[in-house]
Design a protein around this ligand. Structure first.
Ligand code: PEP
Ligand code: MG
Length: 563
């Protein structure tokens, strides 16, 4: 039995067999053909292509149903690679020359992906990963390994599992996911969270310790994996799990009830969403609004920006689904770690400190304008809040307001019956300069939302996705909560709404602290809502606040605040 620790991406406890994701692109195949007959090899290849095409089709349909069209689109583009003569034709040539099919796929994939990686065009660079993904799956089919995915009750383990592998596992018996590397912000992690599958990343030593078929406990409540546990450990974890399942079930039964603390403070619990499907999950879990709709997901995994009309349809649908509940739609926050090849983002040394979010939009007004037009048109369908990301100076807000005004005039001039919609305008508080000059911002906007993910990175000067500075990206630090306390008090004194979105609010203890610091709106992953509501209903916010005051004057982190 061995125990390893990692970082929690999505909570829960599962027990199952390990299925280790193998990287067929780097496996050492023998040179000689399996059938020693090129014609036979060509037939094997054709069969593998057909099966993979079929699987991609199924994956596309399933992901579209469970997570939405934008998330599914990547699998359509993967199918196009299978039709590309430059890819398949080269593999066939290799086979003709006497190479075994697996090896031919491996050679062509590696060669083409290397060529793509060296090109200047970022879109083509991105295609290298897609090509590797397809090559890997083709080899999997050639080796008749494809049935692995259909086995039941397994936990997918790997170094850094690609989204396609994860998505194609989603409809078989996958129970959870563990990665040796990876980050909580990768596309695979986002899919795992959306699906509510217990998952860990950054589990050091995983592949050294886990073999295919090993029984493992994935404890994504405490952040560890136990390989081949003894009976005693199994018994203990099963008790913890059934306790957790009971709590979850009870919380779900009360998910639609209001969230009022034990000392009578009413807290609004909202959901973070990136697609229409997430909004559906938000409603099912008792969300009282959408606290953050990340519009960038509509722009990812495609060849060109979505049109104004396409955006209008999506925003309208979300607003209609939520009826009169508030829906905070954030304008495009591209840049940083979210690159979109067709948008020609500059090649920057420090993209998180570069042309990101509103900075990009103000410099690329056509894209911004299409989004604002879509938002203003959709506002008639519900209770719209427009939120601007990455604001660092009040001038930017004034510029946005002037631009919004122009867009509104344009719409009213184009269409005489277009009525000016009602909406609220707000900003994310994620750059510390906003906290220092909050008195300037309260005069400009209707509401604020604290983007804790970025606030932490900019406050401690620690890249949010770089593993080597993980220690400094520390959400336990008092400095962070002092800053939140200060900005919440200032906004509320000025009569402005302020909430917290970002990962902080998903954490049960931290959510309690945020409420004690005066935050009245929390936004989180839909799956967390019932549990956070139930924890906060038991909270004596005033008592925790007193503890905070004492603790924060003596300690540098919040560790021990609850003891
Ligand atoms: C944040 O920064 O906290 C946030 C919610 O936005 P994102 O994670 O998309 O940058
Ligand atoms: Mg942010």
């Amino acid at each position: 039995m061995s125990s390893l620790t990692g970082e929690i991406v999505s909570q829960g406890i599962v027990i199952g067999q390990a299925r280790v994701y193998r990287d067929f692109l780097h496996e050492d195949f023998k040179d000689e053909p399996v059938s020693s007959n090129p014609e036979e090899e060509q037939k094997r290849l054709e069969r593998a292509i057909e099966k993979l095409d079929h699987r991609l089709d199924e994956t596309y349909q399933n992901v579209k149903l469970s997570l939405g069209e934008e998330e599914a689109e990547i699998f359509r583009s993967h199918q196009q690679i299978l039709e590309d003569p430059g890819f398949v034709g080269e593999i066939k040539k290799g086979i003709e020359a006497g190479t075994r099919a697996e090896k031919a796929v491996q050679q062509v994939t590696r060669l083409l992906s290397e060529q793509f990686k060296n090109l200047d065009d970022e879109y083509l660079q991105q295609r290298a990963a897609d090509m590797e993904d397809i090559g890997r799956q083709l080899i999997e089919f050639l080796m008749n390994n494809e049935n692995q995915g259909e086995s039941s009750d397994y936990i997918l383990c790997g170094t850094d599992i690609p989204p396609s592998e994860f998505a194609s596992s989603m409809n078989s018996g996958i129970l959870g996911m563990v990665m040796e590397e990876g980050t909580g912000f990768s596309h695979t992690s986002i899919l795992a969270k959306a699906k509510g599958l217990p998952s860990l990343v950054k589990v050091e030593g995983l592949l050294e310790n886990v073999r295919d078929g090993d029984r493992i406990i994935l404890d994504a409540l405490d952040g560890h994996v136990v390989v081949n546990p003894d009976e005693n450990t199994l018994k203990k974890i099963q008790e913890i799990r059934s306790d957790w399942e009971n709590k979850k079930q009870k919380a779900l039964e009360k998910a639609n009830e209001p969230c009022i603390t034990a000392d009578q403070k009413t807290i609004s619990i909202f959901a973070n969403a990136g697609s229409v499907q997430d909004v559906r999950a938000a409603l099912e879990n008792g969300a009282e609004g959408v606290g953050l709709f990340r519009t960038e997901f509509i722009f990812l995994n495609r060849k060109e920006a979505p049109s104004e009309e396409e955006q209008y349809q999506i925003y309208s649908e979300v607003l209609k689904m939520m009826k009169d509940k508030p829906v905070i739609i954030r304008t495009l926050d591209i840049g940083g770690d979210k690159d979109v090849p067709y948008m020609n983002l500059p090649d920057e040394e420090n993209p998180f400190l570069g042309l990101r979010g509103i900075r990009y939009c103000l410099e690329n007004q056509e894209i911004f304008k299409a989004q604002l037009r879509a938002l203003l048109r959709s506002a008639h369908h519900g209770n719209l809040y427009i939120m601007i990301p990455m604001i660092s100076m009040a001038e930017e807000v004034r510029e946005v307001k002037a631009f919004l005004n122009d867009v509104m005039n344009e719409l009213t001039q184009e269409d005489e019956i277009f009525e000016e919609p009602r909406y609220k305008l707000g900003i994310m508080v994620e750059v510390p300069s906003v906290v220092e000059t909050i008195d300037h911002f309260v005069q400009e906007v209707d509401f604020f939302s604290i983007g804790s993910n970025d606030l932490v990175q900019y406050l401690f000067a620690a890249d949010r996705i770089a593993p080597n500075v993980k220690r400094w990206y520390d959400v336990q630090q008092i400095a962070l909560y002092r800053m939140i306390e200060k900005v919440v008090a200032a906004a509320r004194d000025a009569g402005k709404e302020i909430g917290v979105c970002g990962e902080l609010a998903n954490n049960q203890q931290i959510a309690q602290l945020l409420v004690s610091l005066g935050v009245e709106k929390l936004s989180m992953s839909p799956a967390q809502i019932p549990m956070i509501k139930s924890v906060i209903r038991k909270l004596h916010a005033g008592d925790l606040f007193k503890k905070w005051k004492q603790h924060s004057s003596r300690h540098s982190t919040i560790d021990g605040l609850w003891d």
